[in-house]
Design a protein around this ligand. Structure first.
Ligand code: ADP
Ligand code: MG
Length: 328
């Protein structure tokens, strides 16, 4: 048990009929960044809440630095820092006040509480903004403040629940840099995300989670090596022609081609080899886009579950297209 900073064993949570987390087991080694990657509703937040002793498991057990979440919740809470998905900083207070209060909640007094608050704010690049009310902060600053709050008691284990949810690319990259720095300091980090780029950029190992179950685990490289070759997506203006195109591509190029919606997906060993022939076959057809996808974690998820990591965002897109049609 000692070689895992975080160990979950058959962790399970039932909400009525729904099994939100279903016998989840994993081990995060000291100093490792481990990511739970999965779509909305996969059970990531529920898992983190159980590990952070905020939610009682229905079954299973977990240990943080050897302390049982069931029998030693107090020890667990001292060992961890938590950045929850639903942010907790008080909008009406300044950043400084929020972090000092947090330090006092952990039992630090006077000068020591202030020293810790200053150090955490400085580390997260918030010293200048510390005297401003949180209500004036940008999304990125709020997230950084939450991380500062989670650091005041110098925990060795950090739980980051979708730390960059909804942030723009620049703020996301800034936060990634700071998480990298925390790793260099030797923190053990459990990070949940539905952004595959985030898991790829930060995690030593990734567990892909879907419907409460871990469906695959490994380093990003190991997971991607499950996908053989590359994928070419050919999108047509007329969805009625995709089936015919898929058949034609299979027949003439001997490739594995599948029609879905307005797109034909072709799996190949090397896109560079296949592309010239493919372009000849599709010439004269109403092609909107040809896109080449090298193996990434999104593809791994698709392969394992038959769905995308962010299906709901595709739905928003579809909705917009529909709305446009209705308006016309
Ligand atoms: N308190 C709750 N009561 C009932 N169902 C819940 C509760 N919390 C989460 N769920 C459900 O459990 C599933 C997993 O949710 P969650 O852990 O928040 O997923 P994620 O963080 O991966 O998006 C979802 O179907 C969600 O609706
Ligand atoms: Mg969540």
């Amino acid at each position: 048990m000692e070689e895992c900073s975080i160990k979950a064993q058959d962790l399970t949570k039932q909400f009525g009929q729904l099994t939100a987390v279903d016998h989840v087991s994993f081990c995060v080694k000291p100093g490792e960044v481990y990511s739970l990657l999965g779509p909305n509703g996969a059970g990531k937040t529920t898992t983190i809440k159980m590990l952070a002793t905020l939610l009682q498991p229905t079954a299973g057990e977990a240990w943080i630095k050897g302390h049982s979440i069931l029998r030693e919740p107090h020890m667990v809470r001292r060992a961890i820092g938590l950045v929850p998905q639903d942010l907790t900083a008080d909008d009406e207070l300044t950043g400084w006040e929020n972090v000092v209060i947090q330090a006092k909640l952990y039992g630090f007094r006077g000068v020591e509480a202030e020293r810790r608050a200053k150090e955490a704010l400085d580390f997260m690049g918030l010293l200048e903004a510390a005297q401003r009310r949180v209500s004036t902060y940008s999304g990125g600053m709020r997230r950084r403040l939450e991380v500062a709050m989670s650091l005041v008691h110098s925990p060795e284990v950090l739980f980051l629940d979708e730390p960059t949810l909804g942030l723009d690319v620049q703020s996301r990259r800034h936060l990634w840099g700071l998480i990298e720095e925390l790793r260099r300091q030797g923190k053990t980090i459990l990070l949940t995300t539905h952004y595959m780029e985030e898991a790829e950029a930060l995690a030593d190992r990734v567990a892909i989670i879907d419907h409460g179950r871990i469906v695959a685990e490994g380093s990003p490289e190991e997971l991607k090596s499950r996908i053989k070759g590359e994928t070419i997506h050919v999108r047509l203006r007329d969805p009625g022609q995709t089936i015919a195109l898929a058949e034609k591509l299979s027949k003439e190029l001997g490739v594995d081609a599948e029609a879905k919606g307005d797109t034909v997906t072709v799996r190949v060993k090397s896109s560079a080899e296949t592309l010239p022939g493919l372009v000849q076959v599709v010439s004269g057809m109403p092609v909107v886009e040809i896109r080449i996808v090298k193996p990434n974690l999104e593809e791994v998820f698709l392969e394992l579950t038959g769905r995308g990591l962010r299906d709901e965002e595709f739905d928003v897109f579809k909705f917009r297209v529909m709305a446009r049609r209705v308006r016309r």
